[in-house]
Design a protein around this ligand. Structure first.
Ligand SMILES: C[S@@+](CC[C@H](N)C(=O)[O-])C[C@H]1O[C@@H](n2cnc3c(N)ncnc32)[C@H](O)[C@@H]1O
Length: 271
């Protein structure tokens, strides 16, 4: 008998996550507070290169998502549902940002932007280190934050499209290479893998969000597949640190960033 995704989810996920995911479907995409970008613009590169300051100050002040609060530590609830609503653990995102700041990134693509928080922060952050020439956000739904942001940052674009379609594959095939691609759209294993296959030839760096999440184990499976299939093509980095309070409360692990950097890109930027 073929089971629906809902039935499978109910069997394998903690009830609190299933409830959260159901709520998520009802939630509307919000317009983030773009005035927060000044917090990044006002910092110098020395500050921005320090993961501890990013984790404990800047990424909190920029404002976190609050749609699946069960995944977030209670001590950060005061920052959730505010600002740019980025859907990241500051413990992980801080170290990831500090790492990508060293790669001279000029072009960025994010598949699955939700409220656009991670997208805006990544673009603004990288711009402090190296000029960004093109940044595209893609989502099934609309994204008012990026649509507004586009008015003040003309290298930015937002495309409302299903990444699983032939149209999206054609768009990627016909575009030039992206230095950095964040895959954070559909979290089912086959769809996440499909996103990777779509961008693989055009991404100098492919990043997966939720590689350690008990809420979406399919992403972790894709990450392991990439590491096992292309050990000679990429250098792999993982940012998966957890919050003790979440672990104690839920016995689960969440989010997690996996980054695969092409060896030839690393060679080129180090020359
Ligand atoms: C977890 S949220 C992204 C969070 C965002 N990257 C952040 O860090 O703030 C996942 C997003 O992926 C989008 N999505 C899901 N399936 C998709 C698909 N097939 N194509 C494009 N976007 C998709 C959803 O609409 C949702 O906004």
């Amino acid at each position: 008998m073929i089971k629906s995704v809902k039935q499978i989810a109910k069997k394998i996920l903690p009830q609190s996550v299933v409830d959260g995911l159901i709520e998520l479907k009802k939630e509307k995409v919000k317009l983030g507070d773009l005035s927060k970008i000044e917090l990044i613009r006002n910092k110098n590169v020395q500050y921005l290169s320090n993961p501890k300051l990013l984790e404990t100050e800047l990424l909190l002040e920029l404002g976190l998502n609050n749609e699946l609060l069960v995944e977030f530590p209670e001590e950060l609830y005061g920052y959730c549902g505010k600002g740019l609503l980025h859907w990241q653990y500051p413990k992980q995102f801080s170290k990831y940002l500090a790492q990508i700041s060293t790669f001279n990134i000029e072009t960025y693509l994010e598949i699955g932007v939700r409220h656009g928080g991670t997208f805006v922060i990544t673009v603004e952050y990288l711009e402090k280190f190296h000029h960004i020439k093109k940044a595209i956000g893609v989502d099934l739904g609309t994204c008012p934050t990026i649509i507004e942001y586009k008015k003040i940052n003309h290298v930015v674009d937002f495309i409302q499209q299903d990444s699983q379609t032939k149209e999206f594959k054609n768009l990627i095939n016909n575009s030039s290479t992206f230095d950095l691609v964040l895959i954070d759209g559909a979290h089912e294993e086959n769809m996440c893998k499909n996103d990777f296959e779509t961008v693989k030839g055009k991404a100098n760096i492919a990043v997966f969000h939720d590689i350690t999440s008990d809420a979406c184990p399919g992403v972790g499976n894709v990450w392991n597949y990439v590491k096992n299939t292309y050990p000679d093509e990429y250098q792999f980095f993982e940012f998966t640190e957890q919050y003790d309070s979440v672990r104690k409360r839920t016995s689960n692990v969440y989010l997690g960033i996996g980054m695969a950097v092409k060896n030839d890109f690393l060679k080129r930027i180090s020359q």
